[in-house]
Write a protein that binds this ligand. Sequence first.
Ligand code: 13P
Length: 257
Amino acid sequence: MSDRRYILAGNWKMNKTPYEAQQFANMLADSLVGFTFFDIYIAPTFVALDRVREAISSSNIKLAAQNMYFEDSGAFTGEISPKMLKELNVSAVILGHSERRKIFGETDELINKKVKKALNDGFVPIFCVGETLEERQKGLTFAVVEKQVREGFYGLSKEEAQKVVIAYEPVWAIGTGVVATPQQAQEVHAFIRELLVKMYDDQTAQTIRILYGGSVTPENFFGLFIKKDIDGALVGGASLKESFVQLAKIMDKIITK
Ligand code: 13P
């Protein structure tokens, strides 16, 4: 097991009203007491952030946002600024999720601007990469992931790069129930770490945390999480229910044993 501090992050996507989010966050705040050996993040929708912030204020759960813009204020209708998130105690921001890339047309260049802004403003960027099924079938997985990592990290110093959390989320595994096998995930995680050695150095590559995401459940989590280069999970569907608590229990057991 490495020295990296592991992460369990829940991406609630466009689920739960503010009230539902608050109720669920209250439950999590109670159930996750004592899990202090890894970082726990939950990412509700923007409109639920304030209520969830209150619900978890005296817990060990940290607040994450699902996106943000790279300017502090101005004429950007419909966008949310880092400054607004700061005031709500948000500490991490998911950036470049495949749903943002695919449905909302976010480019590597835009995502890079957001990553830089997040680092500049003291957020932990949870930067997502991953190939589509078609790209995997064509043997393009490494090429696609390399381009996304290189462009997402463009212009970052070694010190900045070390603060980024990468989430490898194969698009074909997101919300499909088709999880990557531990071998498939580990292979890409190791590839990303080697790439980071080339882009920076060994120490930087060993510091950066790389999460797996895509149909993670309590049933498949153990096999993934024991892999050398998998430093935790970014969880969608299973983070909306009691199963998130089970995932925390599994992670705790592996880390503390
Ligand atoms: P699922 O866990 O629902 O597959 O979603 C993964 C994801 O996209 C997390 O960001």
